[in-house]
Ligand binder design. Structure first.
Ligand code: PAF
Length: 300
């Protein structure tokens, strides 16, 4: 596995591979890698000739300096995991390198940031899109792989890529879950044992919504999820809501929809976690884990 810090060297590395006609897959990350990231690397391996992974804890997307300072960092362990996973190039830029000659730009996010994480984290998605554009600029991937756990991020990146005619294919990969359903996240490392034990309630809340979706009103389905979260007062929800799958705007009825999305964000102790699930009118839910681990007759 090659390793570059300098974006110019990454540009030279990819240009050489592209000259040979190789397809480049890219997995942008902030490190503290887990099986969810490795699944993205695996998918990139499957679909491309070369795989580039970046690790960069992007200051532009943190609106809380403490959150940025506490974000887990484990560069040696990450490099070991990526070597085994078959990454060809690890790119670990410094802020001054990646943002050299860059003026942060205000992107048109098509209103996709108006709800959920948007109001809770002002400037977050602009920070994400700015860094993704910089990373794409140097890596020039054919395909870039993003997890569905960050559904709003994925939807926004897809929207910007389409509207600005970015050439990269944005590939969505399913959320990876622990055996108890907790969505894998680098932030899970910061949960103490008691909080780790209660964190799967987020997924259970999403499942409660999925059981009620399309059978009762949107309000009733949402309330079913809120009731699950309320069963543990140590969980403090920021939001739990049901959205249109394309616009991510909150919905108040199921009319005409075959699918919707339920999104949740909650503080579990000092750690803020997010998760989501696709709700399908006649299906098991767009979540492969739910289909494999039915908790209710309607889930299978
Ligand atoms: O999903 C993440 O880890 C980050 O938001 C990303 C896409 C690497 C941009 O910093």
């Amino acid at each position: 596995m090659d390793h570059c810090v300098d974006p110019i060297k990454v540009a030279a590395w990819q240009a050489e591979r592209r000259r040979r006609g190789e397809r480049i897959g890219f997995v942008p990350t902030m490190g503290a890698l887990h099986a969810g990231h490795l699944a993205l690397v695996q998918e990139a391996r499957r679909r491309c000739d070369r795989v580039v992974v970046s690790i960069f804890v992007n200051p532009l997307q943190f609106n809380n300096p403490e959150d940025l300072a506490r974000y887990p960092r484990q560069p040696e362990a990450d490099a070991g995991l990526l070597r085994t996973a078959g990454c060809d190039l690890l790119f670990t830029p410094e802020a001054e390198g990646i943002f050299r000659d860059h003026r942060p730009r205000e992107y048109d996010l098509g209103g996709l940031d108006l709800h959920w994480e948007g109001p809770d984290r002002p400037g977050h998605f602009q920070g994400v899109v700015n860094v993704v554009e910089r990373l794409f600029h140097y890596v020039r991937p054919d395909m870039a792989f993003f997890g569905e756990k960050d559904r709003q991020q994925l939807t926004i990146i897809r929207h910007v890529a389409r509207s600005l005619h970015w050439p990269e294919d944005i590939v969505a990969c399913p959320t990876q879950r622990e055996a108890d359903g907790l969505a894998m996240s680098s932030r899970n490392q910061r949960l103490d044992p008691a909080d780790r034990a209660r964190a799967p309630l987020l997924y259970q809340a999403l499942q409660a919504v999925a059981r009620a979706a399309f059978r009762s009103t949107v309000d009733q389905a949402r309330q079913a999820g809120l009731d699950v979260l309320a069963s543990d007062p140590a969980i403090r929800p920021d939001h739990l809501g049901i959205a249109h799958p394309a616009t991510l705007a909150p919905i108040d009825g199921w009319d005409g929809l075959q699918e919707a999305v339920v999104l949740v964000a909650a503080r579990v102790g000092p750690v803020r976690l997010i998760d989501n699930l696709v709700l399908q009118r006649d299906g098991p839910g767009g979540d492969t884990f739910a289909a494999r681990h039915p908790r209710h007759p309607h889930d299978h």
